[in-house]
Design a protein around this ligand. Sequence first.
Ligand code: ZN
Length: 146
Amino acid sequence: MLHRLRISTYGGEYRTSTQCPYCLSTNEDTIDLGDLEVNEYTDEVQVRAKDYNKKRSNKKGDSALLFTVQFLIDTVDGEKLDPVRKEEFVENLPMMDVNYIMAHSTKLNEKVGLNTDLTVMCDVCGLEYHTTFREGSEFFRPTIDI
Ligand SMILES: [Zn+2]
């Protein structure tokens, strides 16, 4: 069965650290990607999910990857899935489709990384400076506070 997926970059917040050019302090900032309007960067991919009745695949081992793919998927055939159904859907995706989704996501991230200028106010000296947000590895693995 063919499914049309809408995938999007993560909404929400990302941490970045920048150095103030005036006092050389390091500022930890949280960037709301919604403010950067990157949520508009979505893409559609078509995947061929396996029959739900089939035995669970052996992808269990790579749960981090599956978790990421679940994050990326916005809708399936125009429908928002609840977390349980989405997990089931992703677990049933052929590995080829998982890789395909990740490749699209990388493309989205490249767009996001272009010329995203930010104005940061230094926590220490209070002066404002400009910087450019480029997502690092955290983009795929947001830091989670425990
Ligand atoms: Zn400063």
